[in-house]
Each structure stands twice: as C-alpha cells, then as structure tokens.
Ligand binder design. Sequence first.
Ligand code: ATR
Length: 271
Amino acid sequence: MSEAQFMAGVIGWPVAHSRSPRIHGYWLKKHGIDGQYVLLAVETENLEQELSSLPARRFRGVNVTIPHKEAVIKYLDEVDRIAQKVGAVNMIVISGEGKLSGSNTDVFGFMENIKEVPVGTALVLGAGGASRAVAVALQEKGFNEIRIANRTKDRAKKIAEELGGNIKVVDWEEKENAFENVKLLVNTTSLGMTGQPPLEINLDNLPKEAWVTDAVYVPLETDLLKLAAKRGHRTVDGLGMLLHQARPAFKAWFGVDPDVDEELRKFVMEV
Ligand code: ATR
C-alpha cells in the first residue's frame, strides 16, 4: 500500500474499467496534494468489512459504483437528502472520528453539465440507475414536467411512484409522440454506447429550441448528439456529468474545489 498521506478510491465489482482514478489522479497532481486514489475491487459479501476497514487505512472517503450503490446505504452512519431521494450513494466521506456519510454526486454532476439549459419539460429515455439521478436533478432544478420512456415500463412507473408529482410515464414505442413542449431530451439508456445497439429515434418533431444530452460518453459524440446537432439543436455530451460528479468528492476529501477543463477531458478520454 502507498505512503500517501490521504487515501481515496472507488469500490465496485468489477472496477478495473473505472475512469475515476484518472480524474482524481489528475487533480491530485495539479494541486500538489499528497494523496492517492485507488481501485477497490470488492464483492458484495465483503462490502461491510471493507467499509469498516477504511478509516484505519487513512481513507478520507470513497466513490461507490456498480453493483454497490444501493446496497452500501445500510452500512452508512448518515445519508443526505438527495442520495435518499435517488436511493443510491456514489460517494462516501469519512470523518476524523471514522463516521461514514453518503451522498449522490451524480445528481450534482448532471445539473452542472446542463447548467445552461432553461427549465421546462424534459423527456428522459431510460429508467435505470442513471435515469433516477437525472430525474432527481431535473426535479431539483425546477423542471415542471419530466417524461420518462423506458423499454420496461414498470421501471419508469417505479421512478414516477417514488419521486412523485411531475413525472409522467411514456411508452417506449411512443417516445417520438412525447416531444411536445420538450426543452431537454436526455438519453440515459446504454443504447448508442460503443458495443451496444444504436438508439433509433426520429427527431423530426422535436421542438427546435430543445437541447439534447446523452449520458453515454463512449463515443463522446454519440449518433444521437450528431443527429441533434445536424438538426440545429444545442447538445451537451455525457463526459461532463462524469467529471462534474467527481468535484464534490474531491472537495470533501482533499479540500479543493477542482476545475473541469479541456485538458482533463482529453486525459480522461485517452484510455
Ligand atoms: P444505468 O445504471 O447506467 O442506468 P441500467 O440500470 O442497466 O444502467 O439501465 C440501462 C437502461 O438502458 C435501461 O433503461 C434499459 O432499459 P430496460 O429497463 O428495459 O432494461 C435501457 N436499455 C438497455 N438496452 C436497451 C435496448 N436494447 N432497448 C431499449 N432500452 C435499452
């Protein structure tokens, strides 16, 4: 193990593909902080034990990724309001006394990434983990109607039931008929990702002023974003969500609110 003064890392299974060590490693170097961010490959049956071992190993905190974002909640001393709403924790801060506090910074990451988009009606494709964080972010930002279309309708219904009020469920086959008044179209499905099937969608009836964003960032410019840009829509790629979700974590663990700049974007996409 390292001699660094401050430790942080990401707990997942599998975890080798995570880009978080590159993100935090870039900022640690940039700010001259004596810290190290490591991969922690942990199976579900070892999750509780791993978490309880972290304070003694000089960990300031950890990110949590697939498949532990929900399961980790029961082992934490506190969970903030946003993470409770999403029902998932992706970031833990460890206090000097060894207390574990959970947050969900995917919500912040998405909000920061769509900072320029005016509020109104949004259409969200997908109803998995990413979709829940996106839906909470849209609610927090003040979107008045959030439509969710998902292949498995029950997953969208569950989000609507749990998050309430302004969430409407749309049939997956009817998504193009749910474009009325849409100011923001968000893809949170894995469709369009390298190695996955394409997202087949016709944007003919999407209002001209609508923005389009994709949670997929490999490739950076997905076919959805390409098509949207060609039709004159303003687009936001998914890398920003990944990079901005890391900022509150870095700040909490290492005391610096870091910047998301072009050099970081390039560095993270190099792998
Ligand atoms: P994440 O946590 O990244 O959101 P996930 O929970 O596995 O990942 O969700 C993947 C999303 O992509 C889901 O909305 C999924 O739809 P289902 O809920 O019906 O599975 C969607 N998805 C994946 N493959 C799809 C496909 N071939 N057609 C339509 N939707 C698909």
